[in-house]
Design a protein around this ligand. Structure first.
Ligand code: AMP
Length: 218
């Protein structure tokens, strides 16, 4: 299965992508994770990207598109993939379409997670992430057993710099002005399926699993 997860920041893309990729043995590519890794490793791409990420703006298309297309070109064709946080502009979607056509791996489905603003704000302000393994927690909805410590690897939990309220607002504006149009883009290609990002993690996971089955994708 070759899939894109679309939705505003806080829709739960990263959380669903992790569990779905595990269940269906998919290659999970998240541009946000790849960029944060580059920032952490202080690479040239990382320091360029950080300027945009700290402001809640999008990193230029060429940088993120290259990160993804390089990895897709090197991927096992039979495995399938799940893209989370990419594409985020029509330009990126067009680059992706061309790259996948060249590789003979067109998309099967784009899942759009429709999410209400109240849920988004509550999720993002309470989100915490393990610095070592990347597991995602929430202070109220999904707390770790010991405060500030990852259940899986005992790593330190941290709050992303761009999960502070002012940057969250900017990221939501950027989603409205630059990413939301991808819903129409993929609808016109008959690839779009909507699901509710407001649902609790396990409920949404079950709905998406049922959807893939219904569409004969899994
Ligand atoms: P995310 O983890 O998906 O919320 O992404 C965090 C930040 O990384 C975003 O606010 C952007 O600054 C940057 N970013 C992630 N994915 C993309 C993308 N596809 N295009 C441009 N910037 C991106």
């Amino acid at each position: 299965m070759r899939l894109v997860l679309l939705g505003p920041p806080g829709a739960g893309k990263g959380t669903q992508a992790k569990v779905l990729a595990e269940k269906y043995h998919l290659l999970h590519l998240s541009t946000g994770d790849l960029l944060r890794e580059a920032v952490k490793n202080k690479t040239a791409t990382g320091s360029e990207a950080k300027k945009y990420m700290d402001r809640g703006e999008l990193v230029p298309d060429e940088i993120v598109a290259k990160m993804i297309t390089d990895r897709l070109a090197a991927a096992d064709k039979k495995q399938g993939f799940m893209l989370d946080g990419f594409p985020r502009t029509q330009g990126q979607a067009e680059i992706l379409e061309r790259a996948l056509a060249g590789l003979g791996m067109p998309l099967d489905i784009v899942v759009n997670l429709e999410t209400s603003e109240a849920v988004i704000l509550q999720r993002l302000t309470g989100r915490r992430i393990c610095r070592s393994c990347g597991r995602i927690y929430h202070l109220k909805n999904m707390p770790s057993k010991k405060s500030g410590i990852c259940d899986d690897c005992s790593g330190e939990l941290y709050q992303r710099d761009d999960d502070k309220e002012a940057t969250i607002r900017r990221r939501l504006e950027v989603y409205e002005s630059q990413t939301k149009e991808l819903i129409d883009f993929y609808q016109a290609k008959s690839l779009l399926q909507n699901a509710s990002g407001d649902l609790e993690v396990k409920v949404l996971f079950a709905e998406l699993s049922a959807l893939f089955k219904r569409l004969n994708l899994a």
